[in-house]
Design a protein around this ligand. Sequence first.
Ligand code: NDP
Length: 282
Amino acid sequence: MTITNLTDTATLSNGVELPWFGLGVYKAEPGPEAEQAVVWALEAGYRSIDTAALYGNESDVGRAIRRSGVPRSEIFVTTKLWNDSHGFDKALQAFDDSLNRLEMDYVDLYLVHWPVGQPSDTPIYNETWQAMEAIYKSGRARAIGVSNFMVHHLQTLLPTVNVAPMVNQVEFHPWLQQPDLQAFCRAHQIQLEAWAPIMRGRALEVSELVKLGEKYGKNAVQVSLRWMLDKGIVTIPKSVKKERIKNNADVFDFELDPADIALIDSLDRGQRFGPNPNKFNF
Ligand code: NDP
């Protein structure tokens, strides 16, 4: 598989097409900053936007999409259920609230943001998932998935489902590769999607990525993004700056040599910049 275009897509297990590359808007300030970032991204050719109830900018995302003039059907919109909305009824309500803020009648992907609660036979996220399935069956989310689920969370959830998650969005970058999770998701046809794919900007300080950038005429951020595309992982780098939004997506005119992919593979340190899903319970 070679990904050569900003609009190229991964085919999810239910046949829905998810662009390999999108814009994340975590910490894009609600209001004009978030709205403008989304407009710039759509102008630059992005066709996937990743927001969440937590980010407080769903309404800005919706407004930007309407303002852009790009047909809604050409844009892949992801949002997420926050931790205070677990449980069947609360999850249905949270989804309605997100749709209302987006001013949309459907989203392309709805994710359970975190596997809250201690692992047990009956964690609350199993109940939440029943609501996710109801939402999916209603046609108001074209795909459903989870986020920050480790292998053991998936092993608890999967035996209870009628519709399996199509996506797992997790922290993923050269210093946090989670090979066990990669293998598990591949085996279960769950598409892995990377958050913090450029290590929140720190990719620019990783000397191996900088060196590879010199070889390919790219910067270290672009090398990191190309590496995950070459590995079949969906990516959603965030920026609110017009030039960065454009440059981050300038990764479709090169591919890394297998030896360079292996070199980046060897940088894994199991190092997180965000919370550990096992210790994130509220
Ligand atoms: P990223 O790795 O995408 O890094 C974003 C940071 O890097 C911002 O501070 C941005 O600043 C900066 N940046 C962007 N481009 C460049 C560049 N070319 N050079 C230097 N710095 C740059 O981290 P995120 O945590 O934002 O992850 C991406 C997305 O993933 C989020 O926006 C969100 O949509 C999603 N996410 C999901 C989570 C989950 O639990 N499911 C958790 C966290 C994120 P600036 O904007 O000023 O350019």
